[in-house]
Design a protein around this ligand. Structure first.
Ligand code: 5AD
Ligand code: SF4
Length: 419
């Protein structure tokens, strides 16, 4: 979502006459669009600030920080980083150009962090996209789930959905421009709906009818997925066979402390149903290790879940306390070293599983949307399951080809284009 917001902001600046500089030394303005979901993401932005400060000293560069970190820390940022010229929260991105004009005319540092209630109008004023084949399409913003570790509801506000017609118009326009794939984005796409909260399947049907080659979506919450959605994924020809379904923990005790509203057995049933309905589909997840109160036994339950479910891949994060969240009030009692150790153990188990699962595709065919040539002359693309595939043979970029898989790696597959 953050990347889509960055595209959208850059598009607005470009349409108002700004140009992108080839390096910060030649720039008059730098905008860091931050993510604050985990400490690591935030820390990266702060390191970048330190780097830009040196350049500011040389060329007077104006530095603006936007996005969720702005909302999380507000005026504290101007205190901690006095060389910052502007701090604008996600709600302020709509007025970005005005704010930047003010910044240049007043020469004073500015803080502007409003309440997040509206929804961006992605259809107007900005049509810049980083990629040529796949496009991100935001369908909703905010979240009402309040998982106890998560900052999203505090920085992105309450859940609100974009009007269906706006979304469909955007996708029609993308198809006209030659885009082949859309990724529908929202913190909790399964509760999409204007007026009613059960609109996601209907939206998928309407997007499918547009006829754009591929439709992906993320992220889903296990408590909001039902058989109807799984059947829709199977029946709608353009919807890809990939489900990203964050599990977070395999321990029911920890899931309860996380306020996830399901237990492991609910999740296992969901996975069984998914695999029954879409046997060739892939499933990926997010896991947090070292959540407050996670005993060795609880951690082992997460390892058990990884071994039991056998995800195609998993993002495994070390818990980091986030401001305002409920878990920020819990004692962060799993030490840094222990979190690190658990992270490494879970990663190595998942690595083995990912590799074994990839091996099963050898001598099978996958439909691959070819994106671009890599440095070795292979076409790099993705299968419907969202596997990265490097394919040998001749074809055009942006077409779907059948690829015969002949080699598996942990994070990718290799093969030959056969038709
Ligand atoms: N610490 C670690 N990981 C987190 N995530 C969200 N909040 C935290 C946190 N405080 C992870 C979750 C989520 C993903 C986007 O980031 O796994 O699914
Ligand atoms: Fe955060 Fe939970 Fe909402 Fe996902 S569902 S954005 S983890 S509060």
């Amino acid at each position: 979502m953050n990347e889509r917001d960055s595209e959208w902001m850059l598009g607005h600046l470009l349409s108002c006459g700004w140009e992108t500089a080839d390096n910060p030394q030649n720039a008059s303005l730098a905008i860091i669009n931050t993510c604050s979901v985990r400490y690591h993401a935030e820390h990266k932005a702060f390191s970048l600030l330190g780097f830009l400060r040196k350049i500011k000293n040389e060329n007077g560069l104006k530095i603006v920080l936007t996005g969720c970190t702005a909302d999380a820390y507000k005026e504290k940022l101007l205190k901690d980083f006095p060389y910052l010229d502007g701090v604008f929260g996600p709600a302020e991105e709509k007025e970005l150009i005005e704010r930047i004009d003010e910044l240049f005319s007043s020469n004073k540092s500015m803080l502007s962090v409003g309440k997040q209630t509206g929804i961006k109008c992605f259809n107007s004023g900005s049509d810049y996209r980083k990629e040529k084949i796949t496009a991100f399409v935001s369908i909703m913003e905010g979240c009402d789930n309040f998982c106890s570790y998560c900052i999203v509801p505090y920085v992105r506000g309450r859940e609100r959905s974009r009007e269906t017609n706006d979304i469909l118009d955007e996708i029609h326009a993308l198809k006209e421009k030659g885009y082949k794939e859309v990724m529908l984005l929202g913190q909790n796409v399964n509760s999409y709906g204007v007026g009613n909260k059960n609109g996601f399947i209907k939206l998928l049907e309407e997007v499918n009818a547009i006829g754009i080659e591929r439709i992906r979506f993320m992220t889903s919450h296990p408590k909001d997925i039902n058989l109807d959605l799984l059947k829709a994924m199977k029946d709608l020809e353009h919807v890809c066979e990939h489900l990203h379904l964050p599990l977070q923990s395999g321990s029911d005790k920890i899931l309860r402390l996380m306020n996830r509203k399901y237990i492991l057995s609910d999740y296992l049933k969901l996975v069984n149903n998914y695999r029954k309905i879409i046997p060739s589909g892939s499933i990926t997840t997010d896991i947090i290790v070292g959540f407050p109160g996670e005993s060795t036994k609880d951690f082992k339950r997460t390892l058990f879940a990884l071994n039991q479910i056998k995800f195609d891949s998993a993002f495994i994060f070390k818990y980091s306390p986030r401001p305002n969240t409920a878990a920020n009030g819990f004692v962060d009692d799993v030490g840094r070293k222990e979190k690190e150790a658990r992270n490494l153990i879970a990663l190595s188990i998942q690595k083995e599983i990912s590799f074994r699962k990839k091996m099963k595709w050898i001598d099978k065919n996958l439909e691959v949307l070819l994106e671009r040539k890599d440095s070795e002359g292979f076409y790099k693309g993705r299968s419907s399951q969202n596997f990265t595939v490097h394919a040998k043979g001749s074809a055009l970029e942006g077409v779907v080809k059948n690829v015969r898989i002949n080699e598996a790696r942990i994070n990718s597959l290799r093969g030959e284009i056969i038709e």
